[in-house]
Write a protein that binds this ligand. Structure first.
Ligand code: PLP
Length: 375
């Protein structure tokens, strides 16, 4: 298989991820924080080391906590529900948000009746920072949510600039770094991000089942679910300290160990260089294929390309690529409903999306281009 669906999940993972997950599964995959025997202590150390590695990656040491969750969708639900949004709250989101943000806010909005506004875009589908500043001044933001890299077009959003403007009004700033963590520099201090949500299984090259959020210590977030934490067990109250107060339930220690191994193998600058290079190679290769149009192109676009083909629906292209060439891509609407309106891709029933990963080669792209030329 030629795997070009790395935006859905990166595959394969670095060898050490498989090795370490196998090792812990066989030797000490016990319930961390629930027992004081040696294997349980070893499991706790894996979690502590992973939190430390994540704090380092996001330059958040000393100012933030790392909350571990099963998925970034769960992380965004905990974060958005915990903000206590109410009537009068003004939430700005980028038009590139994933349904993990869009649907979650929609669900909460039905209860609480706050306002959600989409940030304005330029004709080139980039965030219009001038107009955004104006809108912030007219309707002060309470919360600003922006994905760091679009999972549909690979657009790298100017989250540092967006959050800088939002901070003039003391808004809580949240980034969904599912497609960015480990790929671009995500420094929560520089970016003025209060909360950064990450997915272990995407650009961090960890396994499924582990994700979370890094949250600055001065952010107020209420808990929205409760359960066992292995501490203060006689009390009906959840422990009040972070991250425990957001982490009820047993931890997926095997996945944490996989993520820890992936973080150890990660070299963010080299990763960025490689993905930038192969993205440019792929854009150049696709641009010259007759009948193919790349949608939503932006300067600096990274790792993800959406395109359509004259005379075909996106699903038809996906099927041909799979059945005749064994090339795996994603087709349709990529769980990011707002941006598809701007891409005007309805006649094609969405786009064909390629997601490039560290292990892709120029030969993979040549194979895709040749397949598309033969359509
Ligand atoms: N946010 C973005 C930007 C994504 O690309 C995705 C997955 O495609 C998600 C959130 C949700 O990830 P998960 O399904 O792993 O929770």
């Amino acid at each position: 298989m030629t795997y070009l669906d790395n935006a859905a999940t990166t595959f394969p993972k670095p060898e050490c991820v498989y090795r370490e997950m196998d090792d812990i599964s066989r030797n000490y995959a016990v319930n961390a924080g629930r027992g004081s025997y040696k294997a349980a202590q070893k499991a706790v150390k894996v979690i502590d080391d992973t939190r430390a590695a994540l704090l380092k990656l996001f330059n958040a040491e000393g100012i933030a906590d790392v909350v571990l969750t099963a998925s970034v969708t769960q992380a965004l639900n905990i974060v958005l529900a915990g903000l206590g949004l109410k009537e009068g709250s003004m939430v700005y989101i980028s038009p590139y948000e994933h349904n993990a943000v869009v649907r979650t806010l929609h669900m909460l909005q039905k209860e609480a009746g706050f306002t959600v506004k989409e940030m304005p875009l330029t004709k080139g589908l980039e965030i219009d920072l001038g107009r955004l500043e104006f809108e912030f001044a007219q309707n002060h933001p309470s919360v600003v949510v922006s994905t760091a890299v679009s999972n549909v077009t690979g657009y790298v959003l100017p989250i540092g600039d967006i959050f800088q403007s939002a901070k003039k009004y003391d808004a809580v700033t949240i980034t969904d770094a599912a497609q960015a963590a480990g790929l671009i520099k995500m420094d929560v201090r520089d970016l003025k991000a209060d909360i950064l949500c990450f997915a272990g299984h995407k650009t961090l090259y960890g396994p499924f089942g582990i994700a979370g959020f890094v949250m600055k210590k001065d952010v107020e977030l209420k808990q929205t679910f409760a359960g066992g934490t292995g501490s203060h067990s006689l009390s009906p109250e959840m422990p009040q300290n972070a991250p425990e107060r957001f982490e009820a339930g047993s931890c997926n220690i095997v996945a944490v160990k996989g993520l820890y191994a992936a973080l150890g193998a990660l070299e963010q600058e080299e990763h960025y260089r490689k993905i930038k290079e192969i993205t440019e190679y792929a854009i150049n290769a696709l641009e010259v294929v007759p009948g193919i149009s790349i949608l939503g192109r932006t300067k600096g676009q990274l790792g993800i390309i959406s395109f359509v083909a004259d005379g075909y629906s996106s699903d038809e292209i996906g099927k041909i690529l799979d059945e005749e060439y064994d090339i795996a891509v994603r087709t349709g609407y990529h769980c990011a409903p707002l941006i598809h309106k701007h891409l005007k891709d309805e006649p094609y029933e969405g786009t064909v999306r390629i997601g490039l990963g560290y292990f892709n080669t120029e030969e993979n792209i040549d194979k895709l281009a040749e397949a598309l030329i033969s359509l």
